[in-house]
Ligand binder design. Structure first.
Ligand SMILES: [Zn+2]
Length: 572
């Protein structure tokens, strides 16, 4: 009969249909099966067992087979013979002597009470009366106590098989009276082979990688794997494709995951945010995607260590990315808005990764910029390079004045308001949500330095403000009071340095009052609606005018330090 007709008329789930009836049919759990069969063969059956392991790996199925095999009259190598009268009785759904109790429903109070009352009655048809208590950790204290009494002095015709996914919650007094078996997750290969067998039997046609994906996704659970195949048979139209699998499970394709990871490594914030938005808009579960990313990263890392398919520069980034996501996985799951939380985690990672990349590149080149002794003008170098020029390398044995760039300029305060206005304009012109999120996260790092002897006062002053809008080059921070704003404007250079050094925010700062922020924000919204665009304006030359400070000129004498001058100095 064609399977599809069967689905319509007589539907029996694949899980039920292919549930093993004998030990010989069990997939995986080889050690457990062998030990149980031997105990039957050698007449060494205990009166209480505890099966421990994740869901869907065969605990209840094996408990049922074990219950039947114990009672089997022929004991075919410790397995169910399936033909003797006991096997016929125990194979019936309504067998009175094999009693299943699901502790998860009603906490099993009534059933355990009944169990205690009836435990002394001899079995009606079989040699042993067997109680299978599933999810035993869900029993109430009273039920555990009732069970314990029976376990302490069990009648000889009674055998208990307790199953649990959470053994920590089972009282030690119960566990210690049971023979315990650990059930492992079933291997991907075993699951795939079983699925292949079932597909063949049922004439189910499947794309090659679908079965592998099912096995991976079910995390070693046979029940979930078969349940998934069941759903796909109903969902798929004829042949089951990999896209059916992704659609049904709210997952994204491997190609999309690959592109996403590549964009994270490339620090392409726009593409990364856009991918997350698209997934979210398509109703895709971000937690599932996060798991997919972890699996994919793991596979890449394993590939690297097995046959070095990927380049060395990327491996550190991949490892730190997987650690970061793993570390935050719990929070992402528990978050009220996993999408936003996931975005923040990724952006924060990219922001750290970006700064590390820059220092890595520069370390690699080992090029250091030093001012020529007779020319104090600052070289037109990027601030990133400045940040990695160490003071040690700048020292010299030539008794020459060397300017340390870090503190060498200050903003001319007389034009400060004009500068602030330009910076507000420029921040709006290049406003970037991702930058704002990332800045806000990084800003929190300041909290660790509030008691620092040297910069605590600056950190506290900064923390009184709120970051309002960010671009890749600048940030607007607002404060409640005019007096605070005036005071902080005088510290703009120190603020910028503190933000750069501690919070990894290397940007120009504009400081305004909350009141002014409300005004410029309203204006911005109005302009947005009317289609007016903010144009980027170069800051006037006096902004970057250098006010040379005598205190920053240093005479350094160090015979051991390297000495050489020029625009670019190679360090050995
Ligand atoms: Zn039998």
């Amino acid at each position: 009969m064609c399977y599809r007709n069967e689905v319509i008329y007589v539907y029996q789930s694949l899980y039920r249909k292919y549930r093993p009836k004998r030990f010989a049919d069990v997939v995986g759990q080889d050690i457990v099966v062998r030990t149980l069969r031997n105990s039957i063969k050698n007449d060494k059956v205990s009166h209480a067992y505890m099966f421990v392991g994740p869901r869907g790996v065969g605990k209840t199925s094996i408990a049922k087979i074990f219950a039947r095999a114990i009672n089997c009259e022929k004991k075919d190598e410790g397995d169910v013979c399936g033909t003797c009268s006991s096997c016929n009785v125990s194979g019936e759904k309504e067998c009175l002597d094999i009693i299943e109790i699901d502790a998860a429903s009603n906490n099993g109070v009534d059933e355990i009470r009944e169990l205690r009352d009836k435990v002394n009655l001899v079995p009606s048809e079989l040699k042993y009366k067997i109680y299978i208590i599933d999810e035993v950790h869900m029993l109430t204290i009273q039920a555990f106590n009732a069970l314990l009494k029976t376990l302490e002095e069990p009648p000889s015709h009674i055998i208990f098989i307790l199953a649990t996914t959470d053994p920590q919650k089972v009282p030690e007094t119960i566990v210690s009276r049971c023979q315990c078996f650990n059930f492992n997750r079933i291997s991907i290969n075993n699951i795939v082979n079983r699925l292949l067998y079932i597909c063949k039997k049922e004439n189910i046609s499947c794309d090659d990688d679908v079965l592998n994906q099912i096995a991976l996704y079910s995390d070693g659970g046979m029940r979930d794997s078969l349940g998934m195949l069941d759903k796909l048979v109903v969902y798929g139209d004829g042949k089951i494709t990999i896209n059916d699998f992704f659609d049904l499970n709210g997952l994204v394709s491997d190609d999309e995951i690959k592109t996403f990871i590549t964009n994270v490594i490339k620090n392409d914030v726009d593409s990364v945010i856009s991918s997350i938005d698209t997934w979210n808009n398509n109703g895709i579960n971000i937690i599932n995607v996060t798991n997919q990313i972890i699996s994919h990263l793991k596979a890449l890392i394993v590939d690297y260590y097995s046959d070095k398919k990927i380049s060395f520069e990327n491996i550190d980034v991949l490892i730190s990315l997987i650690s970061k996501i793993n570390e935050k996985m719990f929070d992402i799951k528990k978050s009220g808005n996993p999408k936003i939380y996931f975005e923040i985690v990724i952006i924060e990672f990219m922001s750290n990764n970006c700064s590390q990349n820059i220092s890595r590149e520069i370390n690699l080149e080992k090029k250091v910029l030093v001012d020529e002794p007779n020319n104090m003008a600052v070289k037109n170098t990027s601030d990133n390079i400045d940040s990695v020029v160490s003071k040690d390398i700048l020292s010299t044995n030539n008794n020459t004045n060397v300017l340390q760039k870090e503190n060498e300029y200050d903003i001319d305060n007389s034009n400060i308001q004009e500068i602030i206005d330009i910076r507000i304009n420029n921040t709006f012109a290049q406003a970037d949500k991702a930058e704002l999120i990332s800045d806000k996260i990084n800003f929190e790092r300041l909290n660790e330095y509030t008691f620092d002897q040297n910069i605590g006062y600056l950190v506290c002053a900064l923390l009184d403000g709120v970051i309002r809008v960010s671009s890749k080059n600048s940030v607007v921070i607002s404060y409640e009071y005019d007096s605070v704003v005036n005071e902080n404007i005088g510290r703009l250079t120190e603020f910028e340095k503190t933000l750069k050094d501690i919070a990894n925010i290397d940007k120009k700062i504009a400081i305004i009052t909350n009141k002014k922020w409300d005004e410029v924000k309203l204006e911005y919204i109005k302009n947005l609606k009317s289609g007016h665009k903010y144009e980027y304006i170069e800051e006037p030359i006096f902004v970057s005018n250098i006010v040379k400070k005598e205190k920053n000129k240093k005479n350094v004498n160090n015979d051991n330090a390297f000495a050489d001058f020029g625009d670019i100095v190679e360090v050995e």
